[in-house]
Design a binder for this molecule. Structure first.
Ligand SMILES: *Cc1c(COP(=O)(O)O)cnc(C)c1O
Ligand code: SF4
Length: 458
């Protein structure tokens, strides 16, 4: 997986004009011309179903085209044949070959997407907060301290990741999208909820927004009535896909001033950067962006999922964490790939995920050991795989909640039967002959209540 850095053109003067290619423009990507015809056809077929969007900067500076088929950033951004089950791939391929019209292609695409668990972890229904009995679309409040907000102009990204668990939002089905333009609702909700210490702006990528839009969502936080919201987190992959946002974009300076204003008002502003590979930290433009962001007093924390074919190697993670610490960034989460979209292609067994985490963790200094993982963002909560061990002669996984839907679950250890093949929480069964995990009864009750509520409101 290691390519010589010189194979990438990191030091070339980056083109600072944003140019994007979507599914309809795949044929215009000149770098693809050197690839086998079959591979290009496969990309076309899969891009009918999974989101595709890539920009010129990623094409020119992040992908090593001499080794494209195994290049992590190529796999990160270009759909691959094996991302779909053969039956679905073949049906779409046949339809495309037959010269079918867009309507029938879209109809089949829709059907296939429904089979790919478009909304994992019950996020559409379970976590939507209410204001005076009105549901607030575009917000999630799952863990007591943290409200997630999905600003409506931030529901795209500078490029799309092939593994994204939010993929369903990007393929045009409006019913699968949540977003909100309602700053007033957000503000009113936060004012009422003094237990909320963190606001997390997420997407898509909120950093696709112009600064004047971002201002609407952030400036009111300096108001005394929301003093309890101490931390503002912004989830983004722009340091990888479009670092120019912070350096050469027209309103880059305004953006930095906005962030600085929040810091000066006493907020902890955390830029939650999404990285999957140390290659993403190499470009000069990214380094310049990191410096500029850090100069405002904003902290950059890093998170990303563990993915087969992209980063399922402890050496990739330890190098990435070391590099992050060297650049002044803070490693934060290593996630287990969620059970949605192309997850079969990317999935890593829990036991392997743990081994990768541990080996990488063991080879870095304490400053990089701020990273927690491997963690599953499942419906009951964020569950960390802590160890594989033997207790009373039974081989078990030791697990704990890093976050629980009920905060009392947090930090409680629990045990599952060892299962070499398990890749997600719902593959696991309780150890020691027990019927249920300790949280399951209460969790079922929460689900039942939510379901009853939904029936009543319909
Ligand atoms: C991960 C997550 C958070 C934040 O959890 P921290 O442990 O505070 O980083 C908040 N809400 C949701 C829905 C999450 O998945
Ligand atoms: S940048 Fe984040 S939200 Fe956007 S496609 Fe990638 S993982 Fe998904």
């Amino acid at each position: 997986m290691n390519y010589p850095v010189s194979a990438r053109r990191h030091d070339a003067i980056p083109n600072s004009k944003f140019k994007v290619y979507t599914q309809k423009q795949i044929g215009q990507i000149s770098q693809l011309d050197v690839l086998p015809e079959q591979l290009k056809f496969d990309i076309q077929v899969v891009a009918n179903i999974l989101p595709f969007r890539v920009n010129q900067y990623v094409l020119d500076h992040l992908i090593d085209w001499d080794n494209a088929e195994t290049d992590p950033i190529f796999i990160l951004t270009f759909p691959q044949r094996e991302m779909l089950a053969p039956i679905w791939f073949n049906r779409m391929a046949d339809l495309v070959k037959s010269g079918a019209n867009q309507e029938s292609i879209q109809a089949l695409a829709k059907k296939i997407r429904q089979r790919l668990n478009p909304h994992p972890a019950g996020q559409m229904e379970l976590n939507v907060p209410k204001l005076d009995n009105r549901k607030l679309a575009g917000m999630q409040h799952k863990y007591r301290e943290t409200v997630l907000f999905f600003p409506s102009q931030g529901q795209v990204c500078h490029s799309y990741c092939t593994f994204c668990f939010r993929w369903a939002q990007f393929v045009g089905d409006k019913s699968l999208r949540f977003s909100s333009a309602e700053t007033d609702d957000l503000y009113a909700y936060l004012k009422q909820h003094k237990e909320v210490s963190d606001l997390l702006l997420t997407g898509g990528d909120p950093m696709v927004m112009k600064t004047h839009h971002l201002k609407k969502y952030l400036e009111f936080l300096t108001h005394p009535s929301v003093q309890h919201v101490q931390t503002v987190r912004i989830g983004s992959k722009a340091l990888t896909y479009w670092p120019h946002r912070f350096v050469t974009d027209e309103d880059a300076d305004d953006l930095l001033r906005l962030l600085e204003k929040l810091v000066k008002a006493g907020k902890h502003v955390a830029f939650m950067a999404h990285f999957n590979h140390w290659h993403e930290l190499e470009p000069n433009m990214t380094r310049r962006a990191i410096k500029r962001i850090r100069n405002t007093g904003v902290e950059i924390r890093c998170q990303g999922p563990l993915l087969a074919r992209i980063n399922d190697d402890p050496a990739v993670w330890s190098r990435m964490w070391r590099e992050q610490v060297r650049l002044g960034l803070i490693p934060y989460y290593m996630f287990v790939e969620r059970d949605t979209g192309a997850h079969r292609y990317f999935e890593v067994s829990l036991v392997k995920a743990l081994q990768i985490y541990q080996q990488a963790f063991q080879s870095v200094s304490g400053l990089a050991r701020t990273v927690r993982g491997p963690s599953m963002s499942a419906s009951p909560g964020k569950v960390q795989v802590q160890a594989v061990t033997e207790i009373c002669g039974e081989k078990v996984f030791m697990l704990r909640f890093l976050q629980g839907r009920n905060e009392n679950w947090t930090q409680q250890p629990f045990f599952a039967r060892f299962d070499e093949k398990a890749t997600w929480l719902n593959d696991l069964r309780p150890a020691f002959g027990e019927e249920q995990f300790f949280f399951e009864e209460e969790y079922m009750q929460i689900l039942a209540n939510s379901h009853a509520e939904k029936l009543l409101s319909n």
